[in-house]
Design a binder for this molecule. Structure first.
Ligand SMILES: *[C@@H]1O[C@H](CO)[C@@H](O)[C@H](O)[C@H]1NC(C)=O
Ligand SMILES: *[C@@H]1O[C@H](CO)[C@@H](O)[C@H](O)[C@H]1NC(C)=O
Ligand SMILES: *[C@@H]1O[C@H](CO)[C@@H](O)[C@H](O)[C@H]1NC(C)=O
Length: 392
């Protein structure tokens, strides 16, 4: 009983304490004086975690990653995600007034502890109940907000791991195009050395990404990396590690099978909003938490990924605005890879930074799903069956 009280007191003080720390500016990118914000979609990657993968020569192969366990959110992640929630609050405070109501938002995570927990932390920062009718505990400035989840077996929008033989095959095809083969040939020595040092078969950019993230997460947890990593991690490995994200959505077909489903859902909400048919009518925010590949696949489908290394907690905000004079709608797409830096306003090729919705839809035509998933996923028999991926 006493312990419980102390824990809640401590948590309460922590939340109150964090609230008085100066907040980061999360500025508007463009002039918004002649338009109103109508609908926001936020999609972010879970925060920093302990490793998911290891390799045969990993000196930390038997590590337990106490107190979290493998693949779980760390305390540093909770601090970071809570801060991101406060940044979002600052940016959207007037838009989301006056306080949390069930119709206001839909929050969804993938079937994964770290995304569900990450979304909880961001919502804690976004909707503190203090000084609202929802305040219920003077010592704990937090309120429960429901998070929805679709099982991995059917979640094409966020988790994006519903089995798809054609997708695996099409990635194999990409990895065997002349330009991708040439890049791997150029890096043959590095791949051979990494194979030797890790005991893993490091053949593709994806294998480099796999080792890269393992080392990155071990370091963040506080482990000492083996001596050999000094010459390889992060600088020498990064250029190839980045490429896996690009290759995963290298063609319109790959974009369609992955990021295309998020875009389809996004445009459905936007169209309903424009038509005055969004249900519930008070819905203003869709906030989702997923994975690095979700982030890169969605931005690739929008043709704005570029070669990047997605950070943990990387965040996309897609804002629908309406011009006051003409009543026309446009979209602004923001990307914040690092919560310590301001978000970047992205420009879809062929469109302004304030992209008219009709134009955006036109530019997305060849990455929107145009057949049932099962049909898009029928293999053509062009690969040797290798499943090339960096994540479990
Ligand atoms: C906003 O509208 C006013 C009045 O029509 C106009 O003078 C002003 O230039 C507009 N600003 C922008 C940024 O379009
Ligand atoms: C991990 O544990 C196994 C089984 O106890 C042991 O054989 C192995 O040497 C350990 N590896 C390392 C790197 O500690
Ligand atoms: C490594 O993987 C590649 C591609 O899957 C395969 O062709 C090769 O035989 C493997 N090498 C070893 C040593 O297992």
């Amino acid at each position: 009983m006493w312990l419980k009280y102390l824990v809640s007191l401590w948590l309460g003080l922590l939340l109150v304490g964090a609230a008085i720390v100066p907040q980061d500016e999360h500025p508007r990118g463009l002039d918004s004086s002649n338009s109103t914000l109508e609908l926001v979609h936020v999609l972010f990657r879970h925060g920093p975690r302990t490793p998911v993968n290891t390799f045969p020569k990993d000196p930390h192969i038997n590590e337990t990653y106490e107190p979290y366990g493998w693949g779980q959110l760390t305390n540093a992640a909770k601090v970071e995600l809570y801060k991101i929630g406060k940044q979002l609050r600052k940016r959207y405070k007037n838009f989301l007034l006056p306080y949390y109501q069930p119709d206001l938002l839909h929050a969804q995570a993938t079937q994964s502890s770290r995304t569900i927990m990450s979304l909880q932390m961001v919502l804690a920062g976004l909707f503190p109940p203090e000084n609202t009718p929802l305040e219920w505990n003077m010592l704990l400035n937090w309120q429960p907000i429901p998070i929805y989840m679709e099982p991995e077996a059917t979640d094409k929008i966020l988790r994006q791991k519903v089995p798809c033989p054609r997708y695996d095959e099409a990635v194999w095809e990409v990895m065997h195009t002349p330009e991708v083969l040439a890049l791997h040939e150029k890096n043959a020595e590095l791949l051979r050395e990494l194979t030797d040092l890790t005991g893993l078969n490091v053949t593709y950019a994806h294998d480099v990404t796999n080792v890269f993230i393992s080392l990155q997460t071990q370091l963040a947890y506080g482990l000492k990396l083996p001596e050999w990593t000094k010459d390889y991690f992060p600088d020498k490995m990064r250029p190839l590690a980045i490429k896996a994200y690009t290759y995963d959505a290298y063609t319109p077909e790959l974009c369609k099978i992955k990021g295309g489903y998020y875009l389809e859902d996004l445009y459905k909400h936007i169209q309903a909003k424009i038509d005055g048919e969004l249900e519930p009518a008070g819905r203003k925010l869709f906030i989702s938490c997923a994975h690095d590949w979700t982030i890169s696949n969605v931005l690739s489908a929008l043709n704005v990924w570029g070669d990047r290394m997605p950070r943990f907690s990387a965040l996309i905000a897609i804002e629908l605005h309406r011009r006051t004079d003409s009543g026309d709608y446009f979209v602004e797409i923001y990307f914040q890879n690092d919560p310590n830096k301001p978000p970047e306003l992205l420009q879809v090729p062929g469109c302004d930074k304030q992209c008219p919705i009709e134009q955006l839809l036109k530019l997305s035509q060849d990455v929107l799903p145009d057949a049932p998933y099962e049909q898009l996923c029928i293999a053509k028999g062009t690969s040797d069956g290798t499943h090339i991926t960096y994540h479990k």
